[in-house]
Design a protein around this ligand. Structure first.
Ligand SMILES: [Zn+2]
Length: 120
């Protein structure tokens, strides 16, 4: 795990959804990197999302990609448009629909705290 991703996961352990904000162009990015995907700038600041958003898309995963997630299957993966203006992927509660207003929570699996959205 690179140091940028580590900061994200430390946030999850603390109950925070962290993302990067570019000081040069104000772009937001969920997948932590050393540079801004839009302008290439290296001056990125960490911010914490409020945790509210809207379901943009979702999928039910019946065949988990790794042994770690096999015990959870079937489970729901959602793309959520956070109110701050960025899209992120996370687990979702069963029964969610596209367009639902959701709020982030966290659950521990495999020794890590993972974000999971449920209806708000
Ligand atoms: Zn930028």
């Amino acid at each position: 795990m690179n140091k940028h991703a580590a900061h994200f996961w430390e946030g999850c352990a603390a109950g925070e959804l962290r993302y990067q904000h570019c000081a040069a162009c104000a772009a937001l990015q969920f997948h932590a990197r050393a540079f801004c995907l839009r302008c290439g700038g290296a001056k990125l600041e960490w911010r914490t999302a409020q945790g509210s958003g809207t379901v943009y898309a979702l999928s039910s995963v019946a065949r988990a990609p790794t042994d770690e997630f096999r015990a959870l299957a079937p489970y729901v993966i959602v793309l959520v448009d956070l109110d701050e203006g960025l899209r992120m992927m996370a687990h979702g509660a069963p029964g969610l629909c596209i367009g639902d207003r959701v709020r982030a929570g966290f659950f521990v699996h495999g020794g890590r705290s993972l974000p999971r959205f449920d209806k708000s």
